[in-house]
Structure formats: C-alpha cells, structure tokens
Design a binder for this molecule. Sequence first.
Ligand code: CA
Length: 227
Amino acid sequence: MSGINANKNILIVEDETQISRFLQLELEHENYSCTTCADGREALELAVARDFDLIILDVMLPSLNGIEVLRRLRQTKQTPVIILTARDQVVDKVTGLDIGANDYMTKPFAIEELLARIRLHIKLAATQTSSSITRGKLSVNPDARVATYDGHPIDLTKKEFDLLEFLMQNRNVVVSREKLLDAVWGFDFYGSTNVVDVYVRYLRSKIDDVYGDTVIETVRGAGYVIR
Ligand code: CA
C-alpha cells in the first residue's frame, strides 16, 4: 500500500535532532525518501537545487528562519511546504500562509495527521493540471477529489464535494434543488429537497465564511448557481 510513496522525496528541515530523526523514521516507514537538514541557509540551497516533492519546514532554525527560507524559496519554486511551529507561535501561521506555505502544523503534532497532510499536498501538487475547474481562487479537482481556496485545501465531506463539483461543472447555470438532489443524492434518495439547502449552508460555512467570498448564489424560486 505504501509503495505509491516510493520515489517521493521529502526534505525535512528541523534542527531538533529528536524530532528530525522521528520524522525521518516515520516517513521512511511509509516508503518516502528523506533528506534531512538542520540549518536554514543550507535548507534553502538544497530546496532550490533539488526537486523535492514536499518540504517539512521548522520555523526556528539556525542561520535563516523557516519563514525566510520559505519567502526566498517562493521566488523561484512552488514545492509544497508544510511549516512546523511551536504551540505559541500563532503569528507564524498567518505569516507562513501569507507567504505561500501550503499548510502548517503545531508541535507537538500527531504523526498520522502530518502523514495525511503530506499525502494530500503531494497529491494536490501532482494534480495542478487542466483537469481542475477554477473560479477565482476556488479550485476543484474531480480526479483528485480535492477542493482548494487560494491554494489551501477545503475539508469537505463526500456529499459536500459532490455538490460543489456539480455546481462548478455547471458554471453560470441556475440549477434547481430537484436537479441537485438527483445529481448528488441520486434518484432513489428518499427525503426533502431541504437537504440541498442544508448542504449549501455547509459549503458556505466552509468557503464563504472562511474566505469572505460569495461562491454559491441563491436564485429565489429557482435554485443555486456558481457564476
Ligand atoms: Ca527549531
């Protein structure tokens, strides 16, 4: 099962030997190839010179901090980066995401969660292709079944994703609740079309409310549309 990770190269940038070694062991157990580095400047050189599939980047590092490493890396490369921060460095999350981190995790973290995010970001990077449907900063990839806003993954359930995908596939078409119910829940779904409204609300809470956008418009008496 882990064979799919073979020949995926991950750069671990972490100056705390214990954490670095732990990450390396866990990732190698998942069949990733790892390169470790404990110094910011050295990490930047490595990241620019080689094509890693993903970089795990600690913030507090000797010679150049992780935020600065990321800022300089983004001038030339879009390698997925997951930032590691200490529990109290809240400011780093904002700064990190602002300058192009794909994700961030607070130490101490659950390794399973980090592994899940690594899988997601490697998959995302591999599918940044024409098969994505985009609307402004919103991007939906039906093949990878991943939705992102401004590059940040949106955590959607299966039905939420199906609904968003259907509306994205039908851009500028006002789709009735009945049609959405058939398309997403299936003809044999036994229930009220109110479920569509409920799921539109879920999507709005996960996209519009978070990013200050208005993705799905309500057309009174007719249905919903993404323009
Ligand atoms: Ca550190």
